[in-house]
Design a protein around this ligand. Structure first.
Ligand code: F6P
Length: 750
């Protein structure tokens, strides 16, 4: 039953009960009123005729007394009057209509002598047994000056009382019925009006009208509920695997033909001149590229980057455009050319000597120079202009990547107010206190808050960011929904742990792990019973390469059985080599490798094979597939995709991942052997445990990690952000339509 009907029904029932109660009360009140009235009338009639009665009583013929009685009985409601003797309660005289069933002695029991003085008092009552109907009887004594002569009985008809009562009840019923009808009609009409207003408001709201003020709190709840339902529905859908197709479908469904633009400092394809004068395409050692390139292949669009290859200009058109991937083009790479000064100030200086050092607990002091900052600002502006140039619609979806572009979201917003801007921060976010070191902290934070969504790898980084904004900007925090409102616009801060493509496209084409192992072992000059560990990194001080090598040293010290047998292959892609700290690191690693090899090496055996050069992804995959273990020892890392790539390469469910607890990946790949890389003893033991791990345990651990990656792949990472952004965009367009009514707060109620 609908609630208005229920309300009306309850109203009618309540009024019915009230009517019944009221009529009961009215009946009792009327009864007593009429009885009192009749008693009064009887007394008046008797008192008026008292003299005549006394005279007639004493000695006059019975007829005279009857005449007096007839006189008294003139009132139409009097049924009869009788005079009874006091001494023996016998009838003296009665009016003609007096009921024959009447007997004076009957009242003798009622009209008692009043105490010792022998006086009488009046009896009044209602009786329905005397005349077959309800009558009112008054019995009053008639006195001489000394004695009670007798008593007079007056019988009044009470039928009119019942008639009046019935009439009053009917009136009451009619009145209550009218009241009930009116009340329910008013309720129904009010309900219809309210319903009409609600539906009108809802229609207006959905159709772009204005919602009335009283409707707003409700709509906020409705929106929150809708969001929850949508999120639940998306979660339900997440039982389906995220694939490139599903990501493409999601992008098409949520953004129609809207263009996807990625901005990342590092380009996915670098054209380099070879020594022989030809041009080759290189794939940079970058987790960011590893993750985003498959996304871009799935979604198409434009990727805007710094063109850093020495053959980049000649392979691009005048606008810096190149169709990529080179073998099967599916999206456009737009290269931006930076001067040496710009690159030095923006990339090496502010981004890497400043922000990189600031955001990582890498024990390297961050360096902030005013000149670098100017270049950083200028380059961010140039990239914002490039986004505006490349945008083929007013409302593209722009995915801004990493710490190189903290100012970009706000700059893009100024140029393309209707863009959907998602910024992903690929490195950790430090505590508020630490971030306070940066002299330009407020500018960076305000720039980032130009985005609709700000993504970090972990909730801890989101919390740090929120606390930083709370400390340095005047912003309002909506902790429940992870929102930060600054200067009238809302940015959502959420964790999106980045991942890799799954299924891995490189694996199916690769030879089996056994065949690969045989090949790689032959290339490295290892005997068949050798044990191989690998480490793959950019040459960066956050990766814990020195700690890793020290752990190998400890393994060989503590577990002599591995000497001459265990070999650790360290791949280090040169990185940011203009920066002094990176040069120091490179020297330190060289020295450490030499020391350990000196210590444990024998003719024909080097425990550490160190390759400081770029390796293409396919080469790295071969090494992963050939290895017994992979050690990722970062001392601080946002995620670390090497760990995930190692797992994805092992379709034989073999190999052991030894993983630093200070990586974002350790929160997901819990079946790895988790270590504290600073604890060299523990790390040495972990390497030994990994090498001695029974095959069944290796398989179980690897199996679970692979299952996790199959579900939480990079398509899901991108899909989740796009879906969240689409939801916000819908909300945004709603708020724009409501702008006059709401004061135009963008994103305000999201
Ligand atoms: O880890 C941060 C990051 O920007 C990654 O996103 C990327 O994998 C790596 O650094 C590459 O650094 P660069 O572009 O300086 O070589």
């Amino acid at each position: 039953m609908r609630w208005p009907v229920r309300l009306t029904a309850s109203l009618v029932i309540t009024l019915g009960l009230l009517t019944w109660g009221a009529s009961y009360v009215a009946r009792s009140v009327m009864q007593s009123w009429f009885e009192r009235d009749l008693t009064l009338r009887a007394e008046l009639a008797i008192n008026g005729a008292r003299l005549a009665l006394t005279n007639a009583w004493t000695g006059a013929p019975v007829e005279a007394l009857r005449d007096v009685l007839v006189e008294i009985a003139q009132d139409e409601r009097v049924l009869g009057v009788a005079a009874c003797r006091a001494a023996d309660f016998t009838l003296i005289a009665a009016t003609p209509g007096f009921p024959s069933t009447f007997a004076c002695d009957r009242f003798g029991l009622l009209v008692k002598p009043d105490g010792a003085g022998g006086s009488w008092h009046t009896w009044t009552g209602t009786d329905n047994s005397v005349l077959g109907g309800t009558v009112h009887i008054t019995a009053a004594p008639i006195r001489s000056s000394t004695d009670v002569l007798g008593y007079l009985i007056l019988i009044h008809d009470l039928g009119f009382v019942s008639r009046r009562q019935a009439q009053a009840e009917r009136l009451l019923l009619v009145a209550f019925a009218v009241l009930a009808l009116t009340a329910s009609t008013v309720t129904l009409i009010a309900n219809r009006v309210a319903w009409w207003r609600w539906t009108r408001d809802l229609r207006l709201l959905l159709g772009g009208g204005h919602e009335s003020p009283e409707f707003r709190p409700l709509m906020r709840d409705v929106r929150a509920l809708a969001d929850r339902i949508a999120a639940d529905r998306d979660m339900d859908r997440d039982v389906e695997a995220w694939t490139p197709k599903r990501l493409r479908d999601a992008a098409t469904r949520h953004f129609n033909a809207d263009q996807v633009i990625i901005v990342a400092n590092r380009e996915p394809y670098i054209h380099q001149r070879t020594e022989s004068g030809g041009i080759e395409v290189k794939h940079p050692a970058s987790g960011l590229v590893t993750a985003l390139e498959p996304v871009m292949r799935a979604c198409s669009g434009v990727w805007i980057s710094h063109g850093s290859g020495n053959a980049d200009r000649e392979t691009a058109d005048e606008q810096g455009h190149v169709a990529v991937p080179p073998d099967h083009p599916s999206y456009t790479l737009r290269r931006l050319w930076l001067s040496d000064d710009e690159e030095r100030g923006y990339y090496y200086g502010f981004a890497n000597e400043g922000l990189w050092a600031l955001c990582h607990t890498g024990h390297t002091r961050p360096m902030f120079r005013t000149d670098d900052w100017k270049h950083y600002e200028a380059v961010n502006r140039r990239f914002a202009d490039a986004v505006a140039d490349e945008a083929s619609t007013e409302s593209p979806v722009v995915l801004v990547q990493d710490y190189h572009f903290a100012l970009l979201p706000r700059l893009i917003r100024e140029r393309l107010p209707r863009a959907t801007i998602i910024m992903f921060w690929h490195i950790p976010w430090p505590t508020a206190e630490r971030f306070g070191i940066c002299p330009q902290r407020e500018h960076l934070l305000a720039g980032m808050l130009g985005a609709d969504i700000l993504g970090f790898h972990t909730q801890a980084h989101c919390n740090n960011f929120t606390e930083t904004v709370e400390r340095y900007l005047e912003a309002r925090t909506d902790k429940e929904r992870g929102g930060l409102s600054h200067k009238g616009r809302m940015t959502f801060v959420r964790p999106y742990p980045i991942s890799i493509e799954w299924p891995p496209t490189k694996v199916p084409a690769a030879p089996s792990p056994d065949a690969t192992r045989a090949e790689v072992f032959a290339e490295l000059g290892l005997s068949a019973n050798a044990l191989l560990g690998v480490g793959v990194d950019r040459l960066d001080y956050t990766k814990g390469i020195e700690e890793r090598l020290l752990a190998v040293d400890r393994l060989l010290t503590k577990y002599p059985e591995f000497r001459g047998r265990f070999v650790f292959l360290q791949i280090a892609a040169p990185s940011r080599s203009e920066i002094e700290r990176y040069q120091q690191l490179s020297d330190a690693v060289d020295a450490l490798v030499a020391r350990i090899n000196d210590r444990w090496g024998t003719p024909g055996y080097q425990p550490i094979i160190y390759r400081r050069r770029h390796h293409e992804p396919e080469q790295v995959y071969r090494l992963y597939r050939a290895a017994d273990l992979c050690y990722v020892s970062s001392i601080h890392d946002g995620m670390n995709l090497v760990a995930k790539e190692f797992v994805s390469s092992r379709d034989d469910d073999d190999g052991v991942l030894v993983l630093s607890q200070f990586t974002g990946a350790a929160l997901e790949l819990t079946e790895a052997v988790i270590v504290n890389p600073y604890d060299i003893d523990q790390a040495g033991d972990a390497l030994a445990a990994a090498l001695e791990m029974p095959p069944a345990e290796r398989r179980t651990r690897m199996h679970y990690m692979r299952a996790h990656l199959a579900e939480f792949n990079v398509y899901r990472w991108a899909g989740r952000m796009l879906i969240d952004a689409a939801r916000l965009r819908k909300r945004e367009s709603l708020w724009q339509r409501l702008a006059p009514a709401t004061g135009g707060a963008r994103n305000g109620g999201a």
